[in-house]
Design a protein around this ligand. Sequence first.
Ligand code: AMP
Length: 394
Amino acid sequence: MFRSLDQADLSQKRALVRVDFNVPMQDGAVSDDTRLRAALPTIERLRAGGAKVILLAHFDRPKGKRVASMSLAPIAGPLAALLGVPVAFADDCIGQEAETAVAAMKAGDVLLLENLRYHSGEEANDPTFAKALARLGDLYVNDAFSAAHRAHASTTGVAHVLPSFAGRLMAEELAALEAALGAPQRPVVAVVGGAKVSTKLDLLANLVTKVDHLVIGGGMANTFLVAQGIGVGKSLAERDMAATALDILARAKAAGCSIHLPIDIVIAREFKAHAVHETLPATACPDDAMILDAGPQTVAALGALFASCKTLIWNGPLGAFELEPFNMATNAAARAAAELTRAGKLVSVAGGGDTVSALNQAGAAADFTFISTAGGAFLEWMEGKELPGVAVLM
Ligand code: AMP
């Protein structure tokens, strides 16, 4: 178990809190404040306990240099508005500037420090940099699950120096992931879609040992069709990955995991929205066409499969979902999962960048049990890897 905030003595303590404020910005203003909102429960809990809240975050990739366009300064205002209290800003995350700002704090105050990645010591996990951060706090809280797959100074280095705790969002994320793969209600179905097998090999290899059913969709499914000797015309497929795909199928068989590939496909001759299209059996893709989505029979089969399961975990779209109408299978399957979840019949967890936008587009996200906003960390966790930023909180 990880240490939670409820075990911490917070009164008058300087709490160094690692958050994910790597938010979308447009013309110097926050254009989507989801990640700011996600950090509020931890900040409010710390303030209620009488702590001084010192926020550590990175923004973009300044690679150890000060890059004005990558400053966290524009975040302080929107965060203050959400919290309803002032948020002070220090122009550096270590050294005199930061120490003076921290020394001026009273219980319940909130201070945001400048971009951690202005210092190369952050990503290098330099112990001197970690100690300079640790000087600013009495305890450390990690609320940035999305950065937990990286062993950086602010995700692991500081945690080795100060008493460390999981924040509310981190705790919620870990509980959801545990419910989906750690100790799930069975049967468990995993849906893995997206462009390529090569980027999700470790993930597939881990999942076949953990889940009862694995649905493979999107461009990845084409690679599996090719491996089985089925023509996919001009579709996106990694033809050199056939042996790997066959190996995954063999591992699934050995582990008792059923693999589900598309039964029917939607094909077109151009990769563009509203291209002239046709629905065919998965074995019948013409040589001059490409598969852009799964068809209605596949969707119906997935609906029945989801209804027979108690837990679902999802990463990646089932088709080229950015292009209408090739989002049909992704949207329909997502809605089926959302309905079963709303009816209390399914625990559904989804994550990974494109997956979140696909489920949002389907209008299904709100009904899922949990949607992880973490991209890389969610995938590494699905791959069964230990996340250094989580391990250090145990
Ligand atoms: P990933 O980042 O691996 O999750 O892949 C997501 C991308 O895969 C999205 O941009 C989809 O448009 C793309 N994709 C899914 N299915 C297909 C397909 N059948 N043909 C081409 N692209 C696809």
